[in-house]
Design a protein around this ligand. Structure first.
Ligand SMILES: Nc1ncnc2c1ncn2[C@@H]1O[C@H](COP(=O)(O)OP(=O)(O)OP(=O)(O)O)[C@@H](O)[C@H]1O
Ligand SMILES: [Mg+2]
Length: 351
């Protein structure tokens, strides 16, 4: 099947700054793809090029297999929702949703039908006569979504649509967008810098850093086998160690055990002597910080997320064994030989 959209060696250069650096990207039809990465990595710039608001400095963008690099936004048949809802305050909800349809020359009857259908889809049929200012943030964002869907876009592009909502509503809306996507079978490209949002919502996730794509795959693929240290770090792998043979491994805090008992030493897997530096109480769990000396002789700080009943079995200053089973260790490629070297301008690993 044709990709719904394709980037071929697409770059975007602003002055002497390369915001998007020769990316190749394929967006699968009928799926939800997220562009994920830290602030400034080029997510919005990529989405704007796909929408046609900015022309790439070089490279091609294909939509449904057709070179659309120079096609103006209104001819691309895309729906777009931004972080700000940008609803017309003087129009009713229904008129807001129907706005794009009028521009497209649909008859009044067709428009009413599409508006009703779109508002039903986002669960706001009962508010069609309301003004935007009388709605909550979440409801306004649903209206913006209904407006984008009403034109039956080839692609629905969402740029951090949930970031203005409070934490609870944001989580609800993730499920809503998933439901709408699967009910309509729309191809959706969602930009986010929230890894939980991406993991929960994506069929396919694309991790970006400093204008480049670090990894693309399903959430389980990427989470289970991060391609490099940057991806691992971004997805919450906090512990990085050099192994005896000079390789780099990572292990998640929830898979790292800290034990005062030296009998805990395992055969296979990880087992190192360490010293407890800090124990932080966090309600459901405890965060234990330990320093160890890894195989390269380097002193390394490790964190273990202990699901305890709020009682620490270790205290700062204790000598402990830090361990993890073999199955929880994820090997990473040697960064120095990697083609994914960060650029000089990259600051995403700072701190
Ligand atoms: N019109 C422009 N002129 C100059 N630089 C720009 C322009 N647009 C974006 N940039 C720069 O390009 C880089 C990527 O910006 P972009 O908005 O794509 O990042 P982003 O990944 O969406 O970040 P955020 O998560 O903060 O929204 C940033 O360093 C930004 O300052
Ligand atoms: Mg952005």
């Amino acid at each position: 099947m044709n990709a719904a959209a394709q980037f071929e060696r697409v770059s975007q250069v602003f002055g002497d700054f390369t915001a998007v650096d020769s990316i190749d990207l394929s967006i699968a039809p009928g799926k939800l793809t997220t562009l994920l990465g830290p602030s400034g990595c080029g997510k919005t710039t990529s989405l704007r090029m796909l929408a046609g608001y900015t022309a790439p400095t070089s490279g091609r963008i294909l939509i449904d297999g057709v070179d659309s690099t120079r096609t103006p936004p209104e001819k691309r048949g895309l729906g777009m929702v931004f972080q700000s809802y940008a609803l017309f305050p003087h129009m009713t909800v229904a008129d807001n949703v129907g706005y794009g349809l009028k521009l497209r020359g649909l008859t009044k009857g067709e428009r009413q039908e599409r508006v009703a259908e779109s508002l039903d889809l986002v669960g706001l049929g009962h508010l069609s006569g309301s003004r935007p200012r009388t709605l909550s943030g979440g409801q306004q964002q649903r209206v913006a979504l209904a407006r984008a869907i009403a034109i039956r876009p080839k692609l629905l592009l969402l740029d951090e649509p949930l970031s203005n909502l409070d934490a609870r509503l944001r989580v609800q809306m993730r499920a809503e967008i998933r439901r709408i996507q699967s009910e309509t079978g729309l191809t959706v490209v969602l930009v986010t810098h929230d890894q939980d949002e991406a993991l929960e919502m994506s069929d396919d996730m694309v991790l970006m850093r400093a204008g480049r794509i670090m990894q693309q795959g399903s959430p389980t693929e990427v989470f289970g086998a991060p391609a490099n240290r940057f991806v691992a770090d971004f997805l919450g792998y906090e512990n990085f160690l050099t192994t005896a043979d000079g390789g780099l491994v990572t292990v998640r805090p929830e898979h790292l055990e800290v034990s005062a008992d030296s009998a805990a030493t395992r055969s296979g897997g990880l087992a190192l002597h360490g010293t407890v530096m800090d124990v932080a109480y966090r309600g459901v769990d405890l965060l234990v910080t330990v320093t160890v000396v890894d195989a390269s002789g380097e002193r390394v700080r490790l964190v273990s997320d202990v699901r305890a009943d709020g009682r620490a079995t270790v205290t700062p200053g204790d000598d402990v064994i830090v361990s993890a089973p073999e199955t929880r260790l994820v090997s990473l490629p040697d960064e120095t030989s990697s083609t994914l070297e960060p650029r000089d301008t990259d600051s995403s690993l700072a701190g």
